[in-house]
Every structure is written in structure tokens, then in C-alpha cells.
Design a binder for this molecule. Structure first.
Ligand code: AP5
Ligand code: MG
Length: 185
């Protein structure tokens, strides 16, 4: 059973690596960012509510993402595991997830991968990608929000002995190989 949470700053490679590993393990890759972007594109009620926050690089309110994760983890395809990418990203979301998993699973073995990449590399990667929220000003805000609200989760999960740190500043293949080692161990 593979249940993984991908932590890491914007541009750390969460989405890229989560997609590869999910494919490899045949389990769903659940990215709250991707789900929000799809909702914004379709202008669903969720998308309309999220739009303003996402475009400014702010976190959307907990109730929106908590609800969507709860619904997603009720789908039948999560039975053999999952990879969460971009959730939780603050302590309140992590506590919500803890409770949710406690209700759902007797076995709560979830590993948290922290992909470590220096700030200058993150900025260069994101400027090179060019998603709607990838302009310099919004990237700076996303990095600030990460430091203020998400980075505390590193200690949160380290204290619970769930944290594994991986050097994300290597080639895609090298990062994938390290991640496969981790999840097989
Ligand atoms: P989200 O979509 O999660 O964005 P993010 O955290 O800013 O991270 P990115 O998707 O930009 O980076 P990534 O780590 O996935 O890197 P990637 O693999 O793409 O969130 C967007 C917004 O949605 C948030 O700002 C917020 O508003 C909202 N949101 C989402 N979740 C939320 C939540 N839980 N609560 C509240 N709000 C939420 O790689 C980046 C680039 O680098 C790519 O071009 C890639 O090709 C390249 N790259 C990757 N790895 C390597 C490598 N090893 N070498 C060279 N290039 C690489
Ligand atoms: Mg991503």
C-alpha cells in the first residue's frame, strides 16, 4: 500500500514526480492545484470561489480544499493507495487529514516526502514553465506563503516520524530513482 504526501515549495517537482510515481504504482495522483485549475477553467462554483486566491498566489480557504480532498478520497480508485500533491499545506489541513484518515483506515501508514530545492532554482523553473500563476510577483508570493504556512509541516511530520527528505535539485530521473528507493524501503 503506497500512501504518499508530496510536500515541497512551488516548483520543487511535486507534480512531475507524483505523476511518474502514480503511473508506476498504478494509483491516483491527487493534486489540489490541478483540481482547482480544472474547476476554474470550467467556471464551476468551486472554480469561481478559488480564482481570486489562486491568481494572487494565496491559499484558498481550508473548507474548499478540505471538502474536495474528502470527496476525492471517497472515490473507489484510492483503494490501493494514493499520492497527495499540494495537500495538506498548512497545519489545520494536516489535522483535518489526520482525522479523515483515522476514520477511513485502520492502517494509517502515510509517508511524507519533502522535496528540497534552493529558491533560485525554484524561481528559474517556474519562470521557465509559464503557468497563469507563474509570473515573478505571484511566484514570490507563493514562495512566501510556502515559508509562512507550509514549511511548518516539515516539523509537524518529522515529529510524527513520517518525514523523508529527498534532494529535488537533481535530474528528473535521479529524483525518481531516489523516490522509488524510498517507497520500496
Ligand atoms: P499548486 O498547483 O500546488 O502549485 P505550487 O505548490 O505552487 O507548485 P507547482 O505546481 O508550481 O510546483 P510543483 O512542485 O508541482 O513542480 P512541478 O513538478 O510542476 O497550487 C497552486 C495554487 O492552488 C496555490 O497557490 C493555491 O492558491 C491553490 N492551492 C492548491 N492546493 C491548495 C491547498 N491545499 N490549500 C489552499 N490552496 C491550495 O515542476 C515545476 C517546473 O520545474 C516544471 O516546468 C518541471 O518540468 C520543472 N522540473 C521539475 N523537476 C525538475 C528537475 N528535477 N529538474 C529540472 N526541472 C524540473
Ligand atoms: Mg504542481
Amino acid at each position: 500500500m503506497t500512501r504518499l504526501i508530496f510536500l515541497g515549495a512551488p516548483g520543487a517537482g511535486k507534480g512531475t514526480q507524483a505523476q511518474t510515481l502514480a503511473h508506476h504504482r498504478n494509483i491516483p495522483h491527487i493534486s489540489t492545484g490541478d483540481i482547482l485549475r480544472q474547476a476554474m477553467q470550467r467556471q464551476t462554483p468551486l472554480g469561481v470561489k478559488a480564482q481570486d486566491y489562486v491568481s494572487r498566489g494565496e491559499l484558498v480557504p481550508d473548507e474548499l480544499v478540505n471538502d474536495l480532498v474528502e470527496e476525492r478520497l471517497d472515490e473507489p480508485d484510492v483503494e490501493h493507495g494514493w499520492i497527495l500533491d499540494g495537500f495538506p499545506r498548512k497545519v489545520s489541513q494536516a489535522s483535518f487529514l489526520d482525522e479523515l484518515l483515522q476514520q477511513k483506515h485502520s492502517d494509517r501508514n502515510v509517508r511524507v516526502i519533502n522535496l528540497e530545492v534552493p529558491d533560485d532554482v525554484l524561481m528559474a523553473r517556474l519562470l521557465g514553465r509559464g503557468r497563469a500563476d507563474d509570473n515573478e510577483e505571484v511566484i514570490r508570493r507563493r514562495l512566501e506563503v510556502y515559508r509562512e504556512q507550509t514549511a511548518p509541516l516539515i516539523d509537524y511530520y518529522r515529529d510524527r516520524q513520517q518525514l523523508v527528505c529527498v534532494n529535488g535539485n537533481q535530474s528528473l530521473e535521479e529524483v525518481t530513482a531516489e523516490l522509488l528507493d524510498v517507497i520500496d524501503s
